[in-house]
Structures are given as C-alpha cells and as structure tokens.
Design a protein around this ligand. Structure first.
Ligand SMILES: Nc1nc2c(c(=O)[nH]1)N[C@H]1C(S)=C(S)[C@@H](COP(=O)(O)O)O[C@H]1N2
Ligand SMILES: [Mo]
Length: 402
C-alpha cells in the first residue's frame, strides 16, 4: 500500500468538500468546536474513548480496540488537548510570517485551492505514551496514559514545503514554528499551544512522504474538532506534540520556538532544574515501541495481537517483534502483518499453544536501524517516551476478550 498519493483526491473535489463543510461548527453535532469551558461535551463520534481528563479532553481507545486495524478509525484515535477546543472563526486563516520574503495570510479554502493536495498515512504518537508504567515506579504529574495515545491515520492536505516555497524562506531561517488557535492555562498564565520543527526535517521529503503537511482531512473526512479542525500540522516521525491542531500561524525563525511546549515542556530531563531544561534539546522523533493489545483463546490456542512502532525516521521499519512467556529468558518471533510503511506502526500477531493464565506476556520490538526496546528505562519526572519491554498479565488481556 502506498502511504502517499499526490493528488489522490482531485483538487476540485477536495476544494468542494472543504466548501461543503465550510460551516460544520454551526451544525448541532459539531458545536463542540465552539463549546465553552463549562461544557466539556464529548463529540458523539469520540464516545468510545477512555477519558483520562474531560476538560480539556484527553482520551485513548480501549487497549483491545487499539490494534484492530492498521488504519485507526477516527472514532478510536486518541485525543490529547492541553486546553479547551478553541472557537473557530468561519473564516479561519493561516498566516506565514517571520524570515520569509512574502508573508502570507489565507483562509483554509484558499490554502487548499492554491496548493496541490497530498495524502499520506503516518502514525502520531504522544510523548506521554505508557506514562502509567512510570507512575507505577514513582508518581508524577501528567495524563496517566496507558498504551493508547497512538494512532495511524491517512492525512490529506497540502505540503508545508509548497507553502514555504510560496512565502520564500530566507537563508537565515532554520526552524518552522507552528501556533494553534487554542489557549492553554498554566498557573496564572494563558498562552497558545505551539511547536516547531527544524527546517532540515523537510529534506527527508520525497515523492512518497511529506516532510510535514498542513492537514485538513483525516481518513478522508474533514478533521473532527478534537483533532484540530479546520487545519493542523502533521509531522511524520515526530512526537504528536509537534503536530499542532487548529493551526493559525507559521513563523520562520533562526531558532526553535520559544513557546512553553518547545522551550520547557517536551524535553527529556531528569532533574527538572531550569539549567538542565535550557541545556536540553526538544524531543522531536519518537522512539521504537510496542505493546500487546489483545489475547484470545480458541481451540486450545492463544492468539496475541499488538502494535510495534519503529523509530520515526525515513527508511526505518519494524524488523522483528518478539515475545516471551518466561520473564524474558527466551523469546519467540511474532508474525508481522503485511501493511508496512515508513513512519507507520506495524501490527503483529502470534499464535501459541496452551498458556497458564498466570503468565506475563512480554513484548519487545527491534527496528531496521537496530533500535530495540530496553528491559527497563530510567524514570524521568515528565514521564516521556516509556519504551521498555511491554509486560502485560495474560489474565488482564483475557478479561478484555470478546
Ligand atoms: N493546538 C494544539 N495542538 C496540539 C495539542 C494541543 O493541546 N493543542 N496537543 C499535541 C499533542 S501533545 C499531541 S500528542 C497531539 C495529539 O493529536 P490528537 O489529539 O489529534 O490525537 O496533538 C498535538 N497538537
Ligand atoms: Mo502528546
């Protein structure tokens, strides 16, 4: 399956479909885009998630649902929002400024009319994935995510590189900043969510995969409000925090964004001192990871199913998924499903004989660059990038079985 098809949708059909949804925030089922702080109404389309917090919404799919399909249905794609969904103006605009020759400002309809449409499938994964396992080691702040803040979707929109070409990037520019229309509260301060990526990320773009895109559609439908309607960035291979929802501003700069979520938050630090935070680079790419998501017993056999994620880099795929039923003493190779693409998770299955229900299933993945999941990872106070061997009591998986 090709993950990326240029003009997979005719330009006119996408423009028409954007026009057709020009005011979905006015329709009853979409009022969530304009809800107030006091009304944390859940979009009916997202009712199947397990909500870790409701205002703002942070929800993940039940473990058993997570790896059912290579493409995650939008209804079961996790939501991670730091603030309440913003009010979206009918004429929501995206502005491009900073180190460019021609600053631009256009509505989303203009954006999709002006630039060629592209589609790509890639996995978005939150840096806080599996934080529960850190919390079990020692409590910390942060959403108590299990294995579910990860999903693989088809995104449609325009290439960031096309938009930047039109704006004329100046040679001094080294980073692309993104800002969302949402407002995040932190103590007494309120500020927009923001991210940035090095301009050099776009060098890995080729005919099969964007370096980064401005997506208006997810799985062929306009983005749901919770996923950033009407436009968000998608940065294949990078932690979800760099894919900014409700995008309204792009700024070219010679340095990474000074937004709190780049300067202070999404960093791997161990002491939390300001000196260490200032010296540490932002997290960009996600590491190799894996989880067993379901177990079913039939006819004296045990069937396991799960996902594995390669390091978020071009030409990097999952090489092997292994599981152990004896505490990691010996390992057996799982079967990889046929769908596979750069920047995408890899689903896997395994069939075993009779297994004692008291057994712990342990899973680890290794990617084609040789990155592998460690037996343990050191605790970090922000609870990011947990990717130690995934250990799951078989009993717990069987309790979820249908
Ligand atoms: N504007 C805005 N963009 C955002 C966020 C946010 O809170 N506000 N959260 C980020 C984080 S941490 C993640 S993991 C992804 C989640 O995207 P999703 O909610 O569509 O799954 O969005 C990112 N983009
Ligand atoms: Mo995230």
């Amino acid at each position: 399956m090709s993950p990326f098809t240029r003009r997979q949708f005719a330009v006119s059909s996408i423009a028409a479909s954007v026009a057709a949804v020009a005011a979905p925030w006015q329709s009853a089922s979409r009022v969530v885009a304009a809800m107030s702080i006091d009304e944390p109404t859940i979009d009916p389309a997202k009712a199947g998630l397990i909500y870790r917090t409701k205002a703002p919404r942070n929800g993940e799919p039940p473990l058993r649902k997570l790896a059912e399909n290579w493409t995650t249905p939008s209804s079961h794609f996790y939501i991670r929002s730091h603030g309440m969904n913003p009010q979206i103006a009918a004429e929501h605009t995206v502005e491009i400024d900073g180190l460019v020759d021609k600053p631009l400002k256009m509505t989303v309809s203009e954006l999709v009319k002006r630039f060629p449409q592209v589609s790509c499938t890639c996995t978005v994964s939150c840096a806080g994935i599996r934080r529960q396992e850190f919390i079990r080691m020692k409590p910390m702040k942060g959403v108590d995510w299990a294995e579910g803040p990860i999903g693989n979707a088809m995104w449609t929109g325009v290439l960031l590189s096309d938009v930047l070409k039109a704006a004329g990037v100046r040679p001094e520019a080294k980073h692309v900043w993104f800002e969302g229309a949402d407002q995040v509260k932190d103590g007494n301060a309120t500020f927009p969510f923001g991210a940035s990526i090095p301009l050099s990320k776009l060098a890995e773009e080729d005919a099969t995969m964007p370096g980064a895109m401005l997506a208006t559609h997810m799985n062929g439908e306009p983005l749901l409000p919770d996923h950033g309607f009407p436009v968000r960035t998608i940065v294949p291979g990078y932690i979800g925090a760099r894919s900014v929802k409700w995008l309204h501003k792009i700024t070219l700069s010679d340095k990474p964004s000074t937004n709190h979520f780049v300067a202070d938050v999404y960093k791997m630090v161990y002491s939390q001192t300001q000196a260490e935070i200032d010296e540490t680079a932002p997290i960009y790419r996600y590491p190799v990871n894996a989880a067993v998501c379901s177990a079913d017993q039939r006819d004296g056999k045990l069937y396991l199913r799960g996902y594995a994620l390669p390091f978020g880099k071009k030409d990097c795929r999952v090489a092997t998924v292994e599981f152990s039923v004896n505490g990691g003493e010996s390992w057996t190779t799982a079967t990889l499903e046929s769908d596979s693409a750069d920047y995408c998770w890899q689903l896997w299955t395994a069939t075993l004989g009779v297994v004692n229900p008291e057994t712990e299933i342990i899973v680890r993945a290794t990617d084609s660059l040789g990155n592998t999941m460690p037996a343990t990872v050191p605790w970090n106070p922000k609870g990011y990038l947990y990717n130690a061997w995934h250990r799951m009591p078989l009993k717990q998986l069987l309790a979820n079985a249908g």
